[in-house]
Design a protein around this ligand. Structure first.
Ligand SMILES: [Zn+2]
Length: 301
């Protein structure tokens, strides 16, 4: 397989989930062996931040990378779209700190990238091959990620939140060709109990019921729904089948599929396409990026 880049620049614009600020992100063609590098065009000197695990500085509710004094928040959805479409080299300009959250999935990154051609380059793709099994374990939280040698990239994810509404569920991907259709449209989710907490912590400023599946994991009073509607600037909010939303799930296991999407995006921080089988129990940005760091360490040695 050859490396691929884009024929022309292509952009997406929208509000960032955590910062609440509007930003335009432009994916530009890049030379062979370039990888993915962000550039903050809004800052003096237009600093660059390579999308690599050693640049991860925060994983609270999204993966944040930093280099040369510049940060880029919530990079995982855009990166998952690039991996999913088999694009090796892209220069990513962004005029703010956070990519648009759009509908909370990778769907609109995919459609922006598909507006231009994905063109082959001369150099062969450099796959990242794992020589032995690598694990990341957080025993007390039941987190267990395993990556092992394989001919092809595949992922299997299991989520289990001890929730009566969000039952344990699995999602898998055995061929990146299926990513755009089966995984990319799956939206991010959170629990109702987390929402007020996140607002108070200054997170999810750009959050609304349009870009997250909100799981009502307990009884919610009418009064509470009222104050939440006010907080989210919505006329009214209802609970339907345990989901605080007017939207329907696109797949029964949409939350597990979104976790798989995040995992693909976070593992892009290894710096390439993996030839490995990934099995993840209760993955999250901390676990995913720690695994990516371990892989980076092995590549460097
Ligand atoms: Zn996500």
């Amino acid at each position: 397989m050859q490396q691929h880049t884009l024929s022309h620049p292509t952009s997406v614009t929208g509000i960032g989930l955590h910062t609440g600020k509007i930003a335009t992100m432009t994916f530009c063609p890049a030379p062979e062996n370039y990888g993915y590098i962000f550039q903050r065009t809004d800052l003096a000197g237009k600093p660059m931040v390579a999308a690599l695990a050693e640049n991860v500085v925060d994983t609270a509710r999204g993966t944040t990378i930093e280099a040369n004094g510049a940060r880029v928040y919530t990079v995982e959805h855009a990166l998952s779209a690039l991996i999913g479409l088999g694009i090796d080299n892209v220069h990513i300009e962004i005029d703010g700190a956070e990519p648009p959250i759009l509908d909370g999935s990778a769907k609109f990154f995919i459609s922006a990238l598909e507006k231009v051609e994905i063109v082959p380059q001369n150099a062969a793709r450099k796959y990242i091959e794992i020589s032995e099994k690598i694990e990341y374990i957080e025993a007390e939280r039941g987190v267990h990620l395993v990556i092992e040698p394989a001919e092809k990239f595949s992922l299997e994810v299991k989520v289990d939140y001890n929730s009566p509404v969000l039952l344990p569920q699995t999602a898998s991907l055995h061929d990146l060709k299926d990513f755009a259709k089966e995984i990319a449209p799956c939206r991010t989710f959170c629990f109702l109990r987390e929402i007020e907490m996140m607002f108070k912590a200054g997170l999810i400023k750009g959050g609304s019921l349009d870009n997250a599946i909100v799981i009502a994991d307990r009884e919610v009073s009418e009064a509470e729904l009222g104050s939440l509607a006010k907080l989210l600037q919505r006329p009214a909010i209802k609970v339907q089948k345990g989901i605080l939303n007017t939207l329907n799930l696109q797949f029964e296991n949409e939350p597990a599929r979104h976790k798989l999407l995040d995992l693909v995006g976070d593992l892009a921080l290894t710096g390439g396409f993996l030839k490995a089988k990934v099995t993840a129990l209760r993955p999250g940005h901390l676990a995913n990026t720690e695994l990516a760091k371990k892989i980076r360490m092995l590549i460097k040695n």
